[in-house]
Design a protein around this ligand. Structure first.
Ligand code: IMP
Ligand code: MG
Length: 183
């Protein structure tokens, strides 16, 4: 990627929030916890595109239990940095989740509005269970209280990029999580 501090599209990669060693360590822990919890069950992980792509790819390789994966893509209406809670499904699941043990894998929960919509929508499809695993959450920004069973890291109220998270579709390929420097 060249110089990681290089300017790109009017925004810059700021300070590191979570380096790649710490990410790997935490993903390994989450994988062990999820493996223990889902032993003998019928796990389907649902990745929420595009942000959860990298996280889910790493997390699923830490699992010691069988799992299937499926993917959804959603977009929430709103400004660039604030979601409105009105969510549109751009890509739906390929398979039925009725009677199955579903784990939604999210990149980040900010206001919680997107996740609230998603869990309501998925619960209506009659899964045996439905839990959420989010790499990051910003507790200060939460507007609705929607349960998250597995959390990677709580972060401060800063715009995060890298490890799947984007700003204007860029920076997803950073192997660590940084702050967006908008100065
Ligand atoms: P919410 O509906 O406000 O919880 O927003 C959730 C979605 O907004 C996430 O799934 C991300 O796609 C995006 N988002 C929220 N905060 C950030 C951030 O700090 N960096 C990158 N994307 C973010
Ligand atoms: Mg997302």
């Amino acid at each position: 990627m060249g110089d990681p501090s290089a300017s790109s599209g009017g925004s810059r990669i700021g300070e590191t929030l979570i380096d790649s060693a710490r990410l790997h360590e935490r993903v390994t822990e989450l994988g062990a916890e999820i493996s223990a919890d889902y032993a003998g069950r019928d796990l389907v992980m649902i990745g929420v595109l595009k942000g959860a792509l990298i996280f889910m790819a790493d997390l699923m390789r830490e699992l010691t239990v069988p799992c299937e994966i499926d993917l959804m893509a959603v977009s929430s209406y709103g400004s660039e940095t604030d979601s409105s809670g009105v969510v549109r499904i751009l890509k739906d699941l390929d398979t039925s989740i009725s009677g199955r043990d579903v784990l939604v894998v999210e990149d980040i929960v900010d206001s919680g509005l997107t996740l609230q919509y998603l869990t309501r929508n998925l619960n209506a499809r009659d899964p045996a269970s439905l839990e959420v695993c989010a790499l990051l959450t910003k507790p200060e920004r939460r507007r609705v209280d929607t349960p998250i069973r597995y959390v990677g890291f709580e972060i401060p109220n800063r715009f995060a990029i890298g490890y799947g998270l984007d700003h204007g579709q860029r920076h997803r390929n950073l192997d660590y999580v940084a702050v967006l420097d908008q100065g």
